[in-house]
Design a protein around this ligand. Structure first.
Ligand SMILES: *[C@@H]1O[C@H](CO)[C@@H](O)[C@H](O)[C@H]1NC(C)=O
Ligand SMILES: [Cu+2]
Length: 245
């Protein structure tokens, strides 16, 4: 690495010690479901860095859940467009330059679903997850999913598949920030789980699934990666392929 890059990288780290983020609101076909409604949001906005920890599932642990944890379950028609909204902290104030997330936190944005007996159940281990959305790096422009999220004021939209079974699900929506990811642990995983009741699904297809922990390894090329130098010409988003109907 050149001296200049080392200085630039060090400056980025220095300014971002607590520039984290929380997914804290969901929209269903554009309809605002309410702040923290049906979302297991923590009070502290810090990352999970151990991909083998149970906290990689739906956060918690070092980031204690905001109390009381919402018991709401959000009704979502299969095939709907949902929009997740991120902010730097809970009770976000205006004029925060690190809202929705500090721009140093380059990386992908990913969404998973897991079918559950009851979306308000506290148990999140042992679930079978499938990926429904991912956005990574556009190498030609150097623009990351996080850059697009910031340009869109913290909002990310994606589709709930129409062909899955109706029922209760957890939505695991995630940002992976790669500014310190050149060695492991270093990548920062930000995720919250939303409690969904999906209605009107055709059930025509059964997605292949993965486990958390398990789906990610510290050695994955999209988890341990130097995003500064040499410039990336491709970026492999961690986890399985996106399920499509
Ligand atoms: C880029 O693609 C190559 C070849 O497929 C792969 O080995 C490498 O891990 C990829 N790099 C990243 C950062 O994903
Ligand atoms: Cu941060």
């Amino acid at each position: 690495m050149s001296k200049l890059l080392i200085i630039v990288t060090a400056a980025l780290f220095a300014g971002t010690a607590s520039a984290h983020t929380i997914f804290q609101k969901l929209y269903v076909n554009g309809a605002d479901q309410g702040e923290l409604t049906g979302i297991r949001a923590p009070d502290y906005d810090g990352p999970i860095t151990d991909v083998t920890s149970n906290d990689i599932i739906c956060n918690g642990g070092v980031n204690p859940y905001h109390q009381p944890v919402s018991q709401a379950v959000i009704n979502v028609p299969a095939g709907a467009t949902v929009t997740a909204e991120w902010h730097h902290v809970l009770n976000q104030a205006a004029g925060d330059s690190a809202d929705p997330i500090d721009s140093s936190h380059k990386g992908p944005v990913i969404s998973y679903l897991a079918k559950v007996p009851d979306a308000t159940q506290s148990t999140v281990t042992g679930l079978q997850w499938f990926k429904i959305y991912e956005d990574g790096l556009t190498a030609s422009t150097g623009q990351w999913a996080v850059d697009r999220l910031i340009a869109n004021k913290g909002k990310v939209s994606f589709t709930i598949p129409s062909c899955i079974e109706s029922g209760q699900y957890l939505l695991r929506h995630e940002i992976i920030a790669l500014h310190g990811a050149s060695s492991y642990p270093g990548a920062q995983f930000y995720m919250e789980c939303a409690q969904l009741n999906i209605v009107g699904g055709s059930g025509a297809k059964s997605p292949a699934t993965v486990s958390f922990p398990g789906a990610y390894k510290g050695s994955d090329p999209g988890i341990t990666v130097n995003i500064y130098y040499p410039p990336l010409t491709n970026y492999t988003i961690p986890g399985p392929a996106v399920f499509t109907c």
